[in-house]
Design a binder for this molecule. Structure first.
Ligand SMILES: [Zn+2]
Length: 342
């Protein structure tokens, strides 16, 4: 649409965010507060130093830093602080709904009891809705480094506590040397308990792990999945089964999963008809937000209003939110698109 003020459109577009990690969402301000509370935690207490600290040389380096920050979150109150900051940020970017990945076993290892974690999530969810008008749901993600036993513990937590807003089981962490298929028993148990299956796959490796996530884990959506782009059969499979990819362009550049945005395979995924939703992954660490992700897709890939509205609608369609909220978000997207059309 000639003359469209794209920045205003991206800012106004109602969004859902389906790939976002609780600890990685911590803004610089939130992380500084936590680092100053725990000065021996190995995380800089100076703002500029912290910015430099959040510059990653590669994916393993990113994971090292992530774990240091995770160890600053040691009480239920810390979790509520994170959720309050996250919800404020989401509201400012017209994000109406988010599914937040909570690595419960890592939180437990950092010192939070499961009772406290579950209660903090309930409290933080209520606060996000009441103070910021944002609905949060939970994906409990296993860390691949902790192996199948960690995944089983994650499922135990999700089933035993099932804090309000629980929607699924995830799987993050390194893919190199850790096969998705090893986690099949945990995902089967989660599925039997009515949880959705939402693993990362194909973030830093090729299509084989995405196939494993689909075939062995019963993945209903895939975190990242950009490694699918080189396998036309897999793309066709994802499109025909309506298995959406949660694509996080800025994250992929920040962790070195792709060399540059220009080389990101998003256009290939879209051209193949794969359902795609945009997400930030770890916005506190990557200095990105949902509005800038939409803007980048316009600037770098030339996606216009209709294409980006279609991505926003896909997000609402594949979200595990209430039917009522989905309808409200879709109607709001239509209103914003109509206003741009004039
Ligand atoms: Zn992720």
């Amino acid at each position: 649409m000639p003359g469209t003020d794209f920045a205003a459109f991206a800012a106004a577009l109602p969004k859902v965010e389906l790939h976002l990690h609780l600890v990685g969402s911590a803004s610089i301000d939130t992380t500084l507060a936590l680092a100053r509370r725990h000065p021996d935690g190995g995380v800089p207490t100076d703002r500029e130093e912290l910015r430099r600290f959040y510059t990653f040389t590669d994916f393993p380096h990113f994971l090292d830093i992530y774990h240091l920050v995770n160890h600053l979150v040691t009480t239920g109150a810390d979790v509520v602080t994170l959720l309050d900051g996250l919800a404020a940020e989401l509201a400012a970017r017209t994000v109406r709904y988010a599914e937040v990945q909570v690595t419960a076993v890592r939180n437990r290892m950092a010192g939070i009891g499961y009772d406290d974690l579950a209660q903090a999530l309930v409290d933080g969810r209520a606060l996000a809705r009441e103070r910021h008008g944002v609905v949060l749901n939970w994906i409990f993600d296993a860390d691949s480094v902790l192996g199948p036993a960690g995944a089983e513990e994650t499922v135990d937590f999700a089933i035993k506590y099932r804090p309000e807003g629980t929607v699924g089981l995830g799987l993050g962490g390194p893919e190199v040397g850790v096969s998705r298929a090893d986690f099949a028993p945990a995902f089967r148990r989660a599925r039997d308990a009515g949880l959705h299956c939402l693993p990362h796959a194909g973030e830093t490796v090729g299509p084989a792990e995405v196939w494993a996530a689909v075939r062995e884990l019963g993945a209903e959506r895939i975190g990242h999945g950009i490694g699918s782009a080189t396998d036309p059969k897999l793309l066709e499979h994802l499109a025909s089964r309506d298995i959406a990819l949660e694509v996080c362009p800025s994250s992929n550049v920040a962790t070195g999963a792709v060399a540059s945005l220009a080389e990101h395979p998003l256009p290939t995924l879209l051209a193949a008809g794969v359902p795609v939703t945009l997400a930030t992954d770890d916005p506190g660490m990557f200095h990105n937000d949902m509005t800038t992700e939409y803007q980048l897709c316009h600037d770098v890939f030339g996606l216009g209003v209709e294409e980006l509205a279609a991505i926003a609608r896909t997000g609402a369609r594949v979200a595990f939110c209430s039917t009522e909220l989905r309808g409200r978000i879709l109607a709001e997207i239509d209103e914003v698109v109509a206003s741009v059309r004039g």
